[in-house]
Design a protein around this ligand. Structure first.
Ligand code: HEC
Ligand code: HEC
Length: 197
């Protein structure tokens, strides 16, 4: 019975002259979405960067991508108590980052946390960079931890970065949902990691 109904529906559909056009539109939209990440142009890449940079320059990311001491909260105030980088970027003496920052957010003390919590290396100083300079820094394997563009996309799902989407009580997460952010990164890379002037 079901087969017969299906057959009849097919017959009816075939009779409709509009069907090929509907099919073309469906295929066309799929192709556009596929093509967006597979073969984005420089214009799409640049547009994607314009959104990516709103995440990178958000305090959740910037507060650790500092020269000598981290910053705190949206006001980007000095970290209290005062802490400094030290030889391995994990702090000095009793002020080692891991003494207070654990593998996850501490909801009681309100201390944020993620594995290997530390300052980003000096070469990855983002504070004060324009959108274009930050873009070129990220693109420069001598300064980005020898990462290929594809490795950069992958790094955006590592624990320290993911913390920016789940910063714990009292802190605002970065502005773009993570899945959308990863898609933007893929478009940026597919279009040749275009940077503004
Ligand atoms: C707790 C401190 C901390 C926070 C918060 C943090 N980072 Fe980092 N970031 C680091 C450290 C440490 C490294 C070096 C890791 C490595 O090279 O393996 C790093 C490296 C990077 C890199 C490698 C390339 C480069 O040029 O800098 C990227 C990309 C990055 N972070 C993105 C982000 C984004 C996006 C956020 C916010 C959503 C963020 N980070 C938040 C500490 C932090
Ligand atoms: C003595 C404990 C202690 C030490 C040591 C310490 N922190 Fe913190 N840190 C805190 C506390 C508590 C907070 C949350 C304060 C608040 O915002 O209310 C914090 C917040 C932060 C923030 C702010 C996150 C945000 O976006 O607002 C960053 C970044 C940070 N710490 C990085 C570091 C780094 C890097 C080190 C090591 C160099 C370090 N901290 C060492 C206790 C510490």
């Amino acid at each position: 019975m079901e087969n017969r109904n299906l057959y009849r529906t097919n017959q009816m559909l075939r009779a409709r002259a509009g069907l090929p056009i509907v099919l073309l539109i469906v295929l066309g939209t799929g192709g556009a979405v596929w093509g967006q990440t597979q073969s984005a142009g420089a214009g799409e890449s640049l547009a994607a960067w314009g959104k990516i940079v709103t995440v990178l320059q958000h305090p959740r990311c910037l507060n650790c991508h500092q020269l000598n001491s981290p910053l705190q909260e949206d006001s980007r105030r000095m970290h209290i108590p005062h802490v400094v980088r030290g030889a391995d970027s994990h702090g000095v003496g009793p002020m080692r980052c891991g003494n207070c920052h654990n593998d996850g957010n501490n909801l009681t003390s309100r201390t944020p946390g993620a594995p290997e919590w530390s300052l980003a290396p000096v070469s990855m100083l983002w504070q004060g960079l324009s959108s274009g300079d930050l873009c070129r820094m990220l693109n420069d394997s001598a300064r980005n931890g020898k990462r290929s563009p594809e490795a950069l996309v992958e790094h955006m799902s590592s624990p320290l970065v993911l913390w920016g989407w789940n910063p714990g009580p009292g802190l605002e997460p970065v502005p773009i949902p993570h899945a959308e952010f990863i898609n933007l990164m893929k478009v940026w890379v597919a279009g040749g990691t275009a940077c503004p002037k």
